[in-house]
Design a protein around this ligand. Structure first.
Ligand code: GDP
Ligand code: MN
Length: 385
């Protein structure tokens, strides 16, 4: 789960990081009022869950309260990467001498938390990572020992932090590391970590990605979820208890088991198709869950054909077949549905499908070929929701 900048800043300030004072506004008048209270200049910042807001015109300085109102009016009327801006953060503006980059990330390659830092922070840091990776310094953290002060100092030296400010930097790096670990985040990023004219350090932008699988032990963080900005299909699937991830293609996939679901996406791609989603109905799914899954997939306007890949162990093929028939509600499917069905109660499952005019395929590869063919065959007909 991604949280907004203002939320990431709320979290990080609990770990002692230096965050400029700020408040969220949803109207231009509110933005003006905040600027009057804080004193100017302020910076008005779009709160949307995508990066590159600065380059899109979503971050603006305002020298007066009236200007804050104006900037907020502009930004609240914008869309950034297709997402309408519904809130702005109005924060005390800082003077910037230098922009650093600092992040803590769960790095799969080194199976550890890695701190990354660069003297070339700011809006072009992705470009820096691509073209001059040597400008990024790293520290790999031992999970048992935690971030050692000497490691944080090494990062500070690598960034050219002034000697008198190293201690301050170490505190920030340690706080960031603790925030990542204690909040079960996969990323905690400060960009820019600004060096002011007097040399002091400030976190002007923050980003955090929280591990969905650990949210159950952080109800306060879970409450930060912005339902307005979520993918509607993912939100619906979560409510049904299904693991669903929206993808770019046009073949809806419904599979039992995460591993089989991954393999199914691979086989669809191998046969020239493009999956519209990852969807794991889980082990032992009953008919209701299966039909909920199919309804979600059919509601996606990008979907041209649906592939069921069921390897019945604990999951019973007859339950899956019943779920499919139930979702279709006794009418013929408006989209081609290819069902690969093998394992427990396969015969019964095939009979149920047969009565609804659907045929089950035995091999995963045959099913993938069939669904790719069907998806490329034609336009999507009208589908009931
Ligand atoms: P992003 O583009 O989504 O990463 O948004 P940021 O919050 O990082 O803002 C983009 C850029 O705006 C930063 O790199 C800074 O150069 C600038 N900026 C942000 N806050 C301030 C501020 O308080 N004062 C000044 N002078 N510039 C700021
Ligand atoms: Mn930024």
């Amino acid at each position: 789960m991604n949280v907004h900048e203002y939320q990431a800043k709320q979290i990080l300030s609990r770990y002692g990081l230096p965050i400029p004072r700020g408040e969220v506004a949803t109207t231009p008048e509110q933005a003006r009022e905040v600027a009057e209270r804080f004193g100017v200049p302020v910076v008005v910042k779009a709160q949307v869950l995508v990066g590159g807001r600065g380059k899109a015109g979503g971050v603006k300085l305002a020298p007066t309260p009236a200007a804050a109102e104006e900037r907020a009016r502009d930004i609240l009327g914008m869309q950034i990467k297709g997402i309408p801006v519904r809130k702005v953060l109005v924060a005390e503006a800082s003077s910037i001498a230098r922009e650093l980059y600092l992040s803590a990330v769960v790095d799969r390659a080194s199976k550890a938390v890695v701190l990354m830092a660069s003297a070339a922070g700011g809006v072009d840091v992705e470009e820096v990572a691509r073209t001059s990776p040597e400008k990024i310094v790293r520290a790999t953290v031992d999970a048992c020992l935690g971030l050692a002060d000497f490691q944080a100092r090494e990062l500070a030296f690598g960034l050219g932090v002034a000697p008198g400010r190293v201690r301050e930097f170490v505190r920030i790096a340690s706080g960031l590391y603790s925030a990542l670990v204690q909040c079960d985040a996969s990323l905690a990023e400060i960009n820019p970590l600004a060096v002011a004219a007097d040399g002091s350090l400030r976190c002007l932008d923050a980003k955090m990605v929280l591990d969905d699988n650990a949210l159950f032990r952080h109800p306060d963080l879970e409450a930060m979820r912005d339902v307005e900005e979520e993918d509607p299909f993912e939100a619906r699937a979560r409510a049904e208890g299904l693991s669903y991830v929206k993808l770019d293609g046009n073949i809806g996939c419904v599979v039992n088991g995460a591993g089989l679901a991954m393999a199914t996406l691979d086989v669809v791609k191998l046969r020239g198709g493009a999956p519209a989603n990852f969807l794991d109905i889980g082990g032992g799914a009953r008919a209701e869950r299966v039909s909920a899954a199919l309804r979600i997939v059919l509601a996606d306007p990008a979907v041209r054909a649906v592939l069921f890949n069921i390897f019945g162990g604990i999951t019973r093929c007859d339950e899956v077949a019943r779920g499919i028939v139930e979702a279709l509600g006794g009418v013929r499917a408006a989209l081609p549905i290819v069902v690969r069905l093998v394992g427990t109660n396969e015969e019964e499952g095939r009979r149920i499908l047969g009565r609804a005019g659907l045929v089950a395929v035995a091999s995963m590869d045959d099913a993938a070929r069939a669904v790719v063919g069907a998806a490329s065959a034609g336009e999507r007909p009208e589908v009931r929701r």
